[in-house]
Design a protein around this ligand. Structure first.
Ligand SMILES: Nc1nc2c(ncn2[C@@H]2O[C@H](COP(=O)(O)OP(=O)(O)OP(=O)(O)O)[C@@H](O)[C@H]2O)c(=O)[nH]1
Ligand SMILES: [Mg+2]
Length: 284
């Protein structure tokens, strides 16, 4: 069927690991196998079983101790170390995953990793070259929509990651269960900058009117930034998010022909190693 991966990114504390755990539990409930990979060298506790862990390559604690770096410098060092070891370490680890495997990468929260540095671009290029179909899941905390200027900053960060990584992209607004007033939620899920701009100018003052209008036009022009809500108390919300991601990665698109092929006397062992060249189209 193919190799699929989600890369879960977003600002610190926005709920990336919680999303990964919620997705893992949802997939268990619907009997779909996913493996969650920890790519955060600073992570300490996990709610999900960790299938592969960057801390087996390098840990933030060791880097801080041995190189005398602070937490941010240490994290950047770890991620650049990962970039240097993509083939040797990650490539080797990924050899145990193959056709039909689905990986979810739980990433660190420093947004400069996605927007300024080359490590994530190298990482996604490495996966793409290895035949993985990838979707970026950009998480933003619902707290960002309490203030239009904060929201615009968050949306621009999401846009920057979209432009930098050039991958199918799903933006998720997390922690919806914590929102007391959801009346204006739709304004932010499908943001119309023309509607949000007057509120923005009211909060920043007239001096910034032109800047606000230009940023709004930028979002409008790309018309790519919309969000799916994640309410961890409502199972439908993770179902919808996974459905969108499946569409973005074309997950399972060739499943039906393959099943038909097996029924018509294919190798039928469920692994289909020799049929899995990925350049397919001639399965039936
Ligand atoms: N109620 C609620 N709490 C959440 C949700 N998502 C995250 N949290 C809480 O927010 C805090 C941060 O969540 P994490 O999932 O660790 O966030 P993260 O993005 O992985 O954080 P970093 O990896 O440190 O960048 C934790 O205390 C979570 O329990 C959510 O959807 N609802
Ligand atoms: Mg985390």
């Amino acid at each position: 069927m193919g190799k699929y991966a989600q890369i879960v990114i977003g600002p610190a504390g926005c709920g990336k690991s919680t999303y990964c755990n919620h997705l893992y539990e949802h997939c268990q409930a619907i009997k779909r196998t996913v493996h969650v990979v920890n790519l955060d060298p600073a992570a300490e506790a996990f709610q999900y079983p960790v299938s592969l862990d960057i801390r087996d390559l390098i840990s933030l604690e060791d880097v801080m101790q041995e190189l005398g770096l602070g937490p941010n410098g240490g994290l950047l060092y770890c991620m650049e170390y990962l970039e240097d070891n993509l083939h040797e370490w990650l490539g080797e680890e990924l050899e145990s995953y193959g056709e039909d495997d689905y990986l979810v990468f739980d990433c660190p929260g420093q947004i400069e990793l996605y927007n300024h540095l080359s490590v994530f671009r190298s990482f996604v290029d490495f996966l793409k070259n290895g035949g993985w179909s990838i979707c970026v899941v950009y998480c933003l905390d619902a707290h960002f929509i309490t203030d239009v200027s904060k929201f615009l900053a968050g949306a621009l960060q999401a846009l920057a990651a979209m432009v930098k990584l050039e991958l199918p992209h799903v933006n998720v607004l997390t922690k919806i269960d914590l929102m007391e007033d959801k009346r204006h939620l739709d304004d932010f899920l499908f943001p119309d900058p023309r509607q949000l701009l007057p509120q923005l100018t009211a909060s920043t003052g007239p001096r910034f009117r032109q800047l606000n209008a230009t940023m709004g036009a930028l979002l409008d022009e790309f018309s790519l930034v919309s969000f799916l809500p994640l309410d961890i108390t409502d199972e439908d919300s993770i179902t919808d998010i996974l459905g969108q991601i499946d569409m973005a990665t074309q997950y399972g698109e060739d499943a039906e022909p393959r099943i038909r092929d097996e029924m018509e006397g294919g190798d039928g062992d469920g692994n289909g190693e020799d049929g899995g060249s990925g350049d397919g189209g001639d399965d039936i």
